[in-house]
Ligand binder design. Structure first.
Ligand code: FE2
Ligand code: FE2
Length: 257
């Protein structure tokens, strides 16, 4: 049996959560989506609160993944331990709250979802994801296995996808908030897109107010980042998976605005 999985790029701020809530259910219907993974690390712009995680799940996400802002909002810490439907990057230190992977039931069988974070041009605190992933995959029985690799460098994301091509069903990148034009199925049968993009205000800079971003690059004293005003976009990818083999049959980037 096939499984259609929708992966959605970083949801930014109140406008992003609202836009997701308005559109995710109809999008699920339109593409006949069976399972949906949403990156929620920016729901409160930098981090997310438990109430925002609930809003994302209520909007139609089955699992929330996170990234470098996973722990920024303290109001998520207990929730990370309590809910199996939210994942923080696996390769953060084990004493941090939460879990980095989970297995979920679907109509096509169990699917493992893993959240990893990269280190290139980012914080070098997390463990090496290239060394962490192999022992985990050895432990996982589920035929279908997907990874949100939250990383800055395109090379780091593609290298991970090449390493795992044929071993996992799909890998997509998040974090840069700009979608890449390379959504495809790799030669080993793994669906891949270097970065999904984001869900939130399209007229700012990565969802942030333009003047705040420019001020940051000018070197001005900066204020706390806020979501930009104006229209929103939802960006992601649909991966069609074969539940029997775990292979990806089709990969397609999507965007609604
Ligand atoms: Fe982000
Ligand atoms: Fe990020």
């Amino acid at each position: 049996m096939q499984l259609k999985l929708l992966a959605v790029g970083d949801v930014v701020g109140v406008p992003g959560v609202r836009f997701l809530s308005q559109h995710l259910r109809s999008l699920r219907k339109q593409y006949e989506i069976d399972f949906c993974v949403v990156n929620g690390e920016n729901a409160s712009v930098v981090g997310l609160a438990d109430s925002q995680a609930e809003e994302i799940l209520d909007a139609g996400a089955d699992v929330i993944t996170l990234g470098n802002h996973a722990f920024a909002n303290r109001r998520i810490h207990d929730y990370l331990d309590e809910s199996p439907y939210i994942l923080r990057p696996l390769n953060y230190a084990p004493q941090r709250p939460g879990r980095g992977w989970g297995v979920y039931d679907t109509k096509a069988g169990p699917i493992a979802v893993i959240n990893l974070i990269g280190r290139c041009n980012m914080n070098f605190g997390p463990d090496n994801p290239f060394l962490q992933i192999a022992p985990l995959l050895d432990k996982i029985d589920a035929k279908m296995c997907v990874i949100d690799f939250h990383a800055e460098a395109t090379s780091e994301k593609l290298a991970m996808a090449r390493l795992l091509d044929g071993r996992i069903s799909a890998l997509w990148g998040t974090h840069t908030h700009i979608p890449t034009a390379d959504c495809r199925v790799l030669s080993g049968g793994t669906g891949y897109q270097t970065d999904l993009g984001m869900t939130g205000p399209s007229e700012g800079v990565l969802g942030i107010r333009t003047e705040q971003s420019i001020a940051n690059f000018r070197g001005d004293l900066t204020s706390r980042y806020e979501a930009a005003p104006g229209p929103c976009v939802l960006q992601g990818a649909v991966f069609t998976l074969d539940g029997d083999t775990g292979r990806c049959l089709q990969a397609e980037a999507i965007e609604i605005c």
